[in-house]
Design a protein around this ligand. Structure first.
Ligand code: ZN
Length: 101
């Protein structure tokens, strides 16, 4: 694959709330927010736990092992002048277990 064949990707805008997730790969970790009161994993990132309304949210690395329940493929025009398309996929998991050592 040549450089011109590498798909163009728009990088996400890093914020204080999402940097742990996007930069975790650089450090070899999959990181999610987790409610420190009830243990619920939050994704996408949020400021409050949807389960118990706690604001006691921490960042934790997980193993990456989980069961995929569903996924979506989103198509988006790469520019207003072009009909070419790019795609992204996401998945949702049943749980995110702590990393094993
Ligand atoms: Zn909670």
């Amino acid at each position: 694959m040549t450089t011109s064949e590498v798909p163009f990707r728009i990088l996400p805008k890093l914020t204080e709330r999402n940097a742990h997730f996007w930069q975790g790969g650089r450090d070899g970790e999959l990181r999610f927010q987790r409610c420190q009161d009830c243990g619920y994993y939050l994704h996408p990132p949020a400021v409050i736990c949807p389960r118990d309304w706690s604001r006691n949210i921490g960042i934790e690395a997980v193993s990456g092992r989980a069961e995929v329940l569903a996924y979506s493929v989103n198509h988006q025009a790469s520019s207003r002048r072009s009909c070419s398309r790019s795609w992204a996929a996401s998945s949702r998991t049943t749980c995110a277990s702590p990393p094993t050592s």
